[in-house]
Design a protein around this ligand. Structure first.
Ligand code: MG
Length: 448
């Protein structure tokens, strides 16, 4: 059986197996203790298991003397915004993001409306491990305030619209096909698109958490979306993961343009308006460097994990950032990956360019990315990484998160998993064949 996965991004497990109500209640008690019995925003994605888990979260927070603001079903970025705007002490989001429905999990938000940083996670997990919970003698049942999901959605949309030229988008009257995977983006996203004057063709926007396809918004899961775009002659298609922080784009030809290009297009749009630092993780497409180079802007690379990107964005006062998996961060709106911000900036970019989305994408240098996984004993990983470094010692190497080798027009990034005996290899090159070859070369070092 898989273990409960605990990382900087939160907790994830299989419901009823590793993620039980007892486990969840302890995490809530620990978080309530960590935020010193303050006000906590609680939200969930649409997974059916979320309902019961939320009751345990609420109960654990009440045990710790917290006040609760229940915002119902809400996307992860919306919750980040609400924690900040309501001046809460923190937030808990019940979601397993892009994982299939038997999974669920918890993401923890700090008072600043961003995920807990590494030292904060450590402090919080220390309370959880030692079970050194604050316990109040009497739970105050009237400590729960509910805010309607529609009102919450409205606040998020208003915040986005303030930073977008809605007129330019409205004039185009785009036909947009939306696949929210019946997740937390199902209600708010059509609201946003209609506000932007789009004709919206909705597929999979029932917020019931019954996922119509494997939820990760990668090409093999978006066939239905591609078909509908073709038959309806739509201008663009958008796909979200169940907690609506990731965004994938499908072209007017019904072709997936690849999640890496969501951030690339957003970066191109932002830098056109405002020059500044771009922050992204080590595994994100090199197209970001090419775009930033065209505008004479600097790119800062970080370890994998949204909070690592966000922390560097704050440090460098970045104008845009995010992760290649379709995670766009527009700092004036929300310091977190937000598919709705992504949709708004992509539509404005598309409208201002006067091009089709496939033509607009072709203005960005094209690379092929290949991802592989090899089983490898955890205790031997360090030796393997040293061997790789030695093999490529002539090339620039970054060792902040595994080993990333810069090969000029291509790169390969080797990252050991923290939780399983697996090493991930990601390579990017101008051609598919070259990217595959790079992965093979690394695999060979792992077996020789
Ligand atoms: Mg997600």
């Amino acid at each position: 059986m898989d273990k409960l996965k605990i990382s900087i991004s939160g907790v994830r497990g299989i419901v009823g197996e590793t993620l039980t109500l007892e486990v969840v209640i302890d995490f809530a008690r620990a978080f309530g203790t960590y935020v010193k019995s303050g006000r906590v925003v609680v939200a969930r994605d649409t997974r059916p298991s979320g309902k019961e888990l939320k009751e345990s979260i609420v109960s654990g927070l009440l045990d710790a003397g917290c006040e609760i603001i229940d915002i119902g079903i809400a996307p992860t970025p919306t919750t980040l915004l609400m924690v900040k705007e309501l001046g809460a002490a923190g937030g808990i989001i019940i979601t397993a993001s892009h994982n299939p429905s038997m999974w669920n999990g918890l993401k923890f938000v700090s008072a600043s409306g961003i995920f807990l940083t590494k030292p904060e996670v450590e402090e919080f997990l220390d309370i959880w491990r030692k079970k050194s919970f604050t316990v109040v003698s009497e739970k105050k049942q009237n400590n729960i305030e509910k805010i309607d999901s529609q009102d919450v959605a409205r606040r998020h949309i208003d915040k986005i619209i303030k930073h977008i030229n809605t007129d330019v988008i409205r004039r185009k009257q785009f036909t947009v096909v939306l696949d929210s995977c019946n997740g937390a983006g199902s209600v708010i996203t059509p609201m946003l698109l209609e506000e932007l004057g789009c004709k919206v063709i909705e597929i999979n926007t029932e917020p019931d958490g019954l996922f119509p396809h494997t939820p990760e918004p990668v090409p093999e899961n978006l066939k239905q979306l591609c078909d509908v775009i073709r038959t309806k002659g739509a201008d663009i298609g958008f796909a979200q993961d169940p907690d609506a922080d990731r965004l994938a784009i499908v072209s007017e030809k019904g072709e997936c343009i690849g999640e890496e290009y969501t951030l690339a297009l957003a970066t191109q749009f932002v830098l056109k308006k405002k020059r500044g630092v771009v922050v992204t993780n080590l595994s994100t497409t090199k197209a970001i460097d090419d775009i930033a180079g065209q505008f004479n802007c600097e790119v800062i690379r970080t370890r994998i994990g949204e909070i690592n990107v966000v922390e560097k964005m704050k440090e460098y006062n970045a104008v845009v950032g995010g992760e290649g998996n379709g995670g766009v961060i527009i700092p004036e709106i929300i310091y977190g990956r937000d598919s709705l911000c992504g949709i708004a900036v992509i539509l404005q970019h598309l409208a201002e360019s006067g091009l089709t989305i496939s033509k607009l994408t072709s203005t960005i240098p094209q690379y092929k990315m290949v991802k592989r996984k090899i089983e490898y004993p955890l205790d031997k990983v360090d030796t393997l990484l040293e061997k790789i470094k030695d093999e490529y010692k002539e090339n620039p190497i970054n060792s902040e998160d595994g080993v990333k080798i810069d090969l000029g027009d291509s790169w390969v990034h080797i990252r050991p998993s923290n939780t399983e005996p697996v090493v991930r290899i990601i390579a990017e090159a101008p051609t598919q064949q070259r990217a595959e070859q790079l992965c093979e070369d690394i695999k060979k070092l792992g077996t020789s």
